[in-house]
Design a protein around this ligand. Structure first.
Ligand SMILES: Nc1ncnc2c1ncn2[C@@H]1O[C@H](COP(=O)(O)OP(=O)(O)OP(=O)(O)O)[C@@H](O)[C@H]1O
Ligand SMILES: [Mg+2]
Length: 242
């Protein structure tokens, strides 16, 4: 994937969630966005997803600048898959309907085709036995895996994951992270905000450390964690895990 983000500002009444953030990504498959709480990770992901219009700045995804005119933005959103930390699924629809209804309504797919596509994805991720269940009948990890399968059903240019495991216990976290790793292995472009440092190291090619609305540090994930100032990393990790 290619990302070109320049001097991005997102101002709310009382604060600047993004304050001059710039980021350039060329030909990378998987990037992790890490950093302290309130640093601007989710805001950045929402802007890249086309869910929020920044106060100012420039964002181009795979060479095409995001156009903030409403109709263009609606089209743009179809190119991106998004999974948040929880509550992604519509509670009154089964797992299968959660995948098929958007395919039919947003992408205009025929119902049979949508069901076929959704079942193939559910099978691929070992979730087919859950197709008929409502979200309340699924574990948190299963819900997140269904959410990721739904995001993949649109064959997105980029899969954006905003702390998809933060509401899960360690066993369920592993299920979801294994799925993300498998997607990475097969070539999905992934941009993920995460507090799972070991996972960020393993699953991403490049890491951006975001603090106070800017990129404070970045680097290849092979070297990033070694080179990062020990005290600062220790301080950050103590906040994350307290
Ligand atoms: N809709 C909003 N209205 C007002 N302030 C907001 C809004 N969204 C985010 N903010 C503020 O912007 C800052 C950045 O928030 P953001 O959610 O992007 O941080 P984050 O890095 O994702 O944090 P966390 O690790 O806790 O998820 C925070 O100070 C937050 O309070
Ligand atoms: Mg966040």
């Amino acid at each position: 994937m290619n990302l070109d983000i320049r001097d991005l500002q997102m101002h709310y009444i009382k604060e600047r969630a993004l304050d001059g953030l710039s980021m350039k990504v060329s030909g990378l498959r998987s990037i992790a966005v890490i950093g302290p709480s309130g640093g601007g990770k989710s805001t950045l992901l929402r802007v890249v997803a086309g869910l929020e219009v920044p106060t100012s700045g420039y964002v181009a995804v795979n060479g095409r600048p995001i156009d903030y005119e409403e109709k263009a933005l609606r089209e743009y959103r179809k190119r991106i898959g998004v999974v948040f930390q929880a509550y992604n699924l519509f509670p009154h629809w089964t797992a299968l309907q959660n995948i098929t209804v958007p395919l039919a309504k947003v992408y205009g797919m025929e119902r049979d085709e949508a069901v076929e596509k959704a079942m193939a994805l559910l099978k691929k991720f070992n979730l087919e036995q859950h197709a008929g269940k409502l979200p309340v009948q699924l574990s948190g990890g299963q819900q997140q895996r269904i959410s990721i399968a739904r995001a993949m059903a649109r064959e997105p240019e980029i899969l954006l994951l905003d702390e998809p495991t933060s509401a899960l216990d360690p066993q369920l976290t592993k299920e979801v992270l294994d799925m993300v790793l498998a997607l990475k292995e097969e070539g999905t472009n992934i941009m993920m905000a995460t507090h799972e440092m070991a996972f960020a190291k393993r699953a991403s090619d490049h890491v951006f450390f975001i603090d106070e609305g800017k990129v404070a540090k970045e680097g290849s994930s092979l070297t990033f964690f070694d080179s990062m100032d020990r005290d600062r990393l220790a301080e950050f990790l103590s906040h994350v895990f307290d």
